[in-house]
Design a protein around this ligand. Structure first.
Ligand SMILES: Nc1ncnc2c1ncn2[C@@H]1O[C@H](COP(=O)(O)OP(=O)(O)O)[C@@H](O)[C@H]1O
Ligand SMILES: [Mg+2]
Length: 413
């Protein structure tokens, strides 16, 4: 049977010699050329149907569904999750409203968010999870890089370049993406200290403000600008959702003093209600951000304000084992891939939590402590001839590993 002469693309009739690749199906073949054409056709069709796509993701995820998804990855932080779910849902509703080119004259305002919470409590995790869930371009920018190098710090508009990169240079996709701006508290101005850094920080806030308002950012094309007259890409920031996060160290003091003056003054309600002094962050208000050093205009552009609780031992313990990609689950998976079943004594998990709590790094400390315990066994197990089928991390083993490990880098200075 002269196979080669028989094989043809069932769509364009090109034979195998002409086509670079011929893919076999049950009842025929298709060549690379047809596949490329079909792919481009699909891509064109679907990008022209942005509105439907947005509607689609909307139909998929109502606030409660978004929260349920967040629950799979983020432990605790219920207030923040609820607020974030509603904000994100409204954001997409707003975009679909715009896309419909509605004749209604009610314009929905954008609801950028600001998350206040200690380091390692899940701010970035939450933003990242949301973006993955909604399948929109997402990028993280650190507010400190805009000031670190003084006036030659990174240009604030470079945030949009990164978002565009995350969107594979699909401008329309980038224009409805999510930007997470971390360490926003680090660009606070210091109230009564008119120093040079104050100018830089305040200037950075002003530049950020411009992005958060509806503006058009000019960013260089893919691969940078090779010629000075190369065209810049225009990205409208109007529908980009900005989520800012910051630890705002010491903001509790501002909250306490505000609440005190209010209690002394006219607002009796604060006095009547029991103030939960152990968690003042839950009362954080835009005023406190202003006292901390954010400019009012910027605060005004971040209308949704919420907080993340410091993680207690119980939460840390759950984080270790419960989320979909919990650290302990990851180690078990790694060992499973080596054909070994891995177990941890409960006391080991308690020990890890104790240490992490001591280091005051939130959940951020957990990984380093685990690595210190696990490195030796992960080093020796794979090459081991008589590889054991089961391995238990006992308390004794863990304590021994931690004793020799250099965990100093985990301490906060
Ligand atoms: N509430 C939480 N639930 C689950 N994991 C968490 C939580 N908070 C922090 N983590 C873990 O700790 C690490 C640091 O969290 P991250 O979100 O980056 O903290 P930050 O609040 O400083 O942005 C993440 O990798 C995440 O796995
Ligand atoms: Mg973070």
């Amino acid at each position: 049977m002269a196979k080669d002469t028989v094989l043809k693309c069932s769509l364009c009739n090109r034979d195998k010699k002409e086509a670079k690749i011929l893919i076999a199906g049950i009842n025929g073949h298709v060549c690379d050329n047809c596949i490329t054409q079909a792919y481009n056709l699909i891509k064109e069709e679907s990008s022209g149907d942005q509105k439907q796509q947005i509607q689609h993701s909307l139909n998929l995820l109502k606030p409660q569904a978004i929260k349920a998804k967040l629950d799979e990855y983020v432990i605790g932080q219920d207030d923040a999750k609820k607020i974030l779910s509603v904000a994100v849902y409204n954001h997409f509703k707003r975009i679909s409203h715009v896309a419909k080119d509605s004749k209604d004259d009610i314009e929905l305002d954008k609801s950028n968010l600001i998350l206040v919470g200690e380091t390692g409590t899940g701010k970035t995790l939450m933003a990242r999870t949301i973006a993955r869930l909604l399948n929109v371009p997402f990028c993280i920018a650190d507010a400190t890089v805009f000031t670190e190098a003084g006036y030659v710090g990174e240009d604030v508009e470079s945030i949009i370049t990164r978002l565009l990169q995350a969107a594979d240079y699909d401008v329309a996709a980038a224009e409805r993406g999510i930007v997470f701006i971390d360490e926003i508290d680090k660009i606070s101005r210091k109230g009564d200290n008119p120093s040079l850094t104050r100018d830089i920080k305040e200037g950075t806030q002003q530049a950020l403000l411009k992005l958060l308002e509806d503006s058009v950012a000019s960013v260089p094309p893919q691969g940078g600008r090779k010629h000075p007259d190369a065209k810049m890409i225009q990205v409208n920031t109007k529908n980009i959702l900005f989520i800012c996060g910051g630890a705002f160290d010491g903001i509790e003091k501002k909250i306490a003093s505000r609440m005190n003056t209010q209690a002394v003054g006219y607002s009796a309600s604060v006095n009547d209600e029991k103030i939960d002094k152990g968690n003042l962050l839950q009362y954080v208000s835009p005023q406190d951000l202003k006292s901390f050093g954010l400019i009012p205009e910027l605060i005004g552009r971040l209308p949704v304000l919420t907080y993340l609780k410091p993680l207690d031992k119980e939460a840390l313990r759950r984080i270790l084992t419960e989320p979909k990609n919990a650290i302990i689950k990851q180690y078990k998976q790694l060992f499973k891939m080596e054909g070994t079943r891995l177990d941890f004594e409960d006391a080991v998990l308690d020990l890890i939590v104790e240490k992490a709590y001591e280091f005051k790094l939130g959940a951020r400390g957990l990984r380093g402590i685990c690595e210190a315990i696990m490195t030796d066994i992960m080093y020796s197990l794979p090459g081991d001839e008589k590889q054991t089928k089961q391995f238990t991390i006992t308390l004794e083993y863990a304590m021994d590993k931690l004793k020799t490990a250099r965990l100093n880098h985990l301490h906060v200075a």
